[in-house]
Design a protein around this ligand. Structure first.
Ligand SMILES: Nc1ncnc2c1ncn2[C@@H]1O[C@H](COP(=O)(O)OP(=O)(O)OP(=O)(O)O)[C@@H](O)[C@H]1O
Length: 355
């Protein structure tokens, strides 16, 4: 079993705390992405799991093996983890198959077994026909796939990936996302995937860890992060979400409240435990706002900017009653709005951030 149990993990470099009481339970076979602003500690988390960094307090256990605690530090090569980095450092003088087979050779595996495993690994990443090529004769995406094959040939139960697609262009990234999903399905390995790219994380992971300043802000499915953020940081970080103040929050039914936002009474989603309170913050996304129908009482606002986004237009507005607030709506691309137009909008969907 390859579940990863991280308990109250803290790590400092000299005096600077970089990981602060991080606890995560990653299930066996789960695909987990770690997301957060630059410098929040993502790579340090991965490096402590890999064994490249000792920990100050807390523990890391994989399956039933305790890897790290203040008193115990299992060496990286004894952890049996697969690791794929952004700079995939292939041996330039070896062919693709030699690169992939190298670790098996070092481990003393016999030639036939090595051949079979290498062939299987290359087939899995779609490079069966490239076995004899040199890395210099491959594209960036193909090289990254060799790095992936090199990792999976050892059949690790846990694979750590640090921004493996960061050096690839947009189209290749999309192809490689599919590749990772396929790889995950075939191997059943537990995957921990660090990325800057939230669309990538949301598209491929079962669950996503959002980190900020060395702490776990929320560990949940992509849908939950988007619909039910645990705090303001997650609400504004995911998909350019916005936070609006609300007053006079009253329970309507389990999971639904009525609240006043910018002078308008709105129906909002909330945790079933949400109590009646005088004020709260509401998480909204552009998809949860809509223009008011004719005759419908909405929130009056001025359009500040119109951005053509291909299939739709992004309409940025500032409400008359709170011009500091910047909200965005989506509108069909053919609709012609202008900056300076006055509009009214409704809050069709919003979430009361738990206090
Ligand atoms: N070896 C080190 N010595 C001192 N400080 C370090 C060391 N490694 C990382 N840090 C600091 O720890 C903090 C977290 O770094 P880390 O690389 O884990 O962040 P990250 O979330 O992966 O960032 P990015 O997304 O920019 O790669 C940063 O402030 C960084 O400067």
């Amino acid at each position: 079993m390859s579940a990863i149990q991280i308990s109250h993990l803290s790590k400092s470099f000299t005096t600077q705390p970089v990981l602060n009481d991080v606890s995560l339970h990653i299930r066996h076979g789960e695909f987990v992405a770690v997301l957060g602003p630059s410098g929040c500690g993502k790579t340090t988390l991965l490096r402590t799991i890999a064994g490249f960094e000792p920990v100050n307090s807390g523990s890391i256990t994989v399956g039933d093996r305790l890897f790290s605690s203040p008193d115990i530090h299992v060496a990286p090569e004894k952890r049996d983890l697969g690791i794929v980095f952004q700079n995939y450092a292939l041996w330039p003088h070896m062919s693709v198959e030699e690169n992939v087979a190298y670790s098996l050779k070092v481990a003393g595996m016999d030639r036939n077994e090595r051949r079979t495993r290498t062939k299987d690994a290359l087939a899995l990443v779609g490079l069966a026909d490239y076995a004899t090529r040199r890395p210099s004769d491959l594209s960036g995406g193909q090289r990254q796939r060799v790095a992936l094959a090199r990792c999976l040939v050892t059949r690790p139960g846990v694979v750590l990936l640090d921004e493996p697609l960061a050096n690839l262009d947009v189209h290749l990234r999309a192809t490689m996302e599919e590749e990772f999903s396929r790889f995950h399905q075939h191997t059943g390995a537990t995957l921990l995937y660090i990325t800057h790219d939230q669309q990538e994380a949301m598209a491929i992971a079962d669950r996503v860890v959002v980190m900020n300043e060395g702490k776990v802000m929320q560990f949940a499915t992509p849908q939950t992060l988007y619909r039910e953020p645990a705090n303001e940081m997650v609400a504004t970080f995911i998909d350019d979400g916005r936070v609006i103040p609300a007053k006079n929050i009253q329970r309507a039914e389990s999971g639904i409240v009525l609240a006043e936002i910018l002078g308008l009474r709105c129906r909002l989603r909330a945790s079933p435990e949400q109590m009646a309170v005088a004020s709260a913050q509401v998480s909204v996304h552009a998809t949860g706002l809509r223009f008011a129908d004719t005759g419908e009482q909405g929130i009056a606002a001025r359009i500040t900017r119109v951005i053509y986004r291909g299939g739709y237009r992004q309409i940025d507005v500032e409400p008359h009653s709170d011009p500091e607030l910047r909200l965005s709506l989506h509108s069909p691309a053919e609709k012609t709005w202008q900056a300076g137009d006055n509009v009214t909008f409704m809050i069709a969907d919003g979430w009361i951030i738990p206090q």
